[in-house]
Design a protein around this ligand. Structure first.
Ligand SMILES: Nc1ncnc2c1ncn2[C@@H]1O[C@H](COP(=O)(O)OP(=O)(O)OP(=O)(O)O)[C@@H](O)[C@H]1O
Length: 363
């Protein structure tokens, strides 16, 4: 099948008696995109995926694949295929028959469907284990079989629900690379649900950050990381400090805002007016120690915790009126002048590294 764009138009899901699990979500995923639905537990990622797959009814709105509205079509008629978290392989069938299963349901003869299954097994580098049963395969191998089984239906979109969550950290990275290779090779869209921002950043062309059934931001990984739209996205992606205050002066180019404890900062003008609440983000790795203070971009922090991360050292600090503040230093910088818990540290950042946030979609 030709790759096709998928579009969600005002899609809402209300389970019986509950609030909206997915709330008026609109999203376009261009053909041939690796898309990650990212967010914390309960934000509606799996429900969104299941509605695309046709395993969950849609309360309101429509889903379109290419030019076809698939909202009311059964899963097998949509042009999508789903790989489940549990792999859901049949224990009594060998690898080849597991992969060929949907072709058997369609009435294809045995020789033809086993030949096609073997092509799929080659695609996922599993042809040498074609005769094994699921119990004789490792978790990673079972997952490849599940992938081959989903791909044999020749879908326009492959849907993956937390595909890497059961794998150990080494295998996770290996399978991650294979998923990306397969998506590029096949040229179809993959929609991959994850709660790991690292996984989403590594894989996705399009990251869709969800919170409380809504989309907070949908953009490239670089955009989401460098220009998080909301405090939720900045915190969820990590490696950002968020400062929350009230605007005290508003100029054409810059504003000043004050934290509850009186610390005052500068941010680029963003249409905010005097008296309005404001949130800004500064990346942890853009905060510097002990430089000349920059007016409106400095504070003194008290070191609370130090974590060694290999290439970087993460230092958590406290300051009056600031919930959490951290900086990341390259390993060599940290060890050339090590900090200790309890040290009072002068911190500064450049005005151009201050990023003004919008109110959250669920606010
Ligand atoms: N079958 C169901 N019946 C009622 N409520 C449900 C059902 N499935 C999910 N929900 C609720 O809908 C909301 C979204 O759930 P969903 O599984 O889509 O979230 P998620 O982001 O995928 O979470 P997780 O990462 O934990 O799987 C949650 O509040 C959940 O409790």
């Amino acid at each position: 099948m030709e790759p096709a764009q998928i579009e969600l138009i005002g899609v809402t899901k209300r389970y019986a008696g509950g609030a909206a699990a997915v709330d008026d979500v609109s999203l376009k995923i261009p053909a041939g995109t690796y898309c990650c639905l990212l967010g914390p537990s309960g934000c509606g990622k799996s429900t969104t995926l299941r509605m695309i797959a046709g395993h969950e009814t849609i309360t309101e709105g429509d889903i379109r694949l290419g030019t076809t509205v698939v909202t009311d079509l059964p899963p097998a008629a949509r042009g999508t295929a789903m790989m489940f978290q549990s792999y859901a392989l049949f224990p009594h069938l060998d690898t080849t028959d597991n992969v060929a299963f949907s072709l058997k349901m369609k009435g294809m003869d045995k020789a033809a469907r086993r030949a096609r299954a073997m092509e799929m097994l080659k695609l996922v580098h599993m042809e040498h284990l074609a005769e094994r049963r699921p119990a004789q395969l490792s978790g990673g191998q079972q997952q490849r079989v599940a992938l081959a089984r989903a791909l044999i239906t020749d879908p326009q979109v492959l849907l993956l629900d937390e595909p890497l969550s059961a794998l150990d950290p080494f295998l996770k990275i290996k399978v991650r690379q294979e998923l990306k290779r397969l998506q590029l090779q096949l040229g179809i869209s993959f929609i991959h649900v994850t709660h790991s921002q690292e996984e989403a950043m590594a894989l996705a062309d399009l990251v869709v950050v969800m919170n409380g059934g809504r989309i907070e931001q949908a953009a490239t990984p670089r955009e989401v990381f460098n220009r998080p739209e909301t405090a939720f996205v900045a915190r969820f992606m990590g490696d950002h400090n968020v400062l929350k205050g009230r605007v005290t002066q508003a100029g054409d180019d810059a504003i000043r805002f004050e934290l509850p404890d009186g610390l005052s900062f500068t941010a680029p003008a963003s249409g905010a007016e005097v008296g309005q609440p404001i949130e800004i983000a500064v990346r942890n790795d853009r905060v510097r120690i002990g430089r000349e203070p920059v007016t409106g971009c400095s504070l003194t922090g008290l070191v609370q915790n130090i974590e060694y991360h290999g290439q970087k050292v993460q230092v958590a600090l406290s300051a009056p009126g600031v919930d959490e503040f951290a900086l990341q230093l390259p390993e060599t910088d940290f060890f050339s002048a090590p900090l200790h818990v309890g040290d009072a540290v002068p911190l500064t950042w450049a005005p151009e590294d201050v990023h003004v946030l919008k109110p959250s979609a669920t606010a």
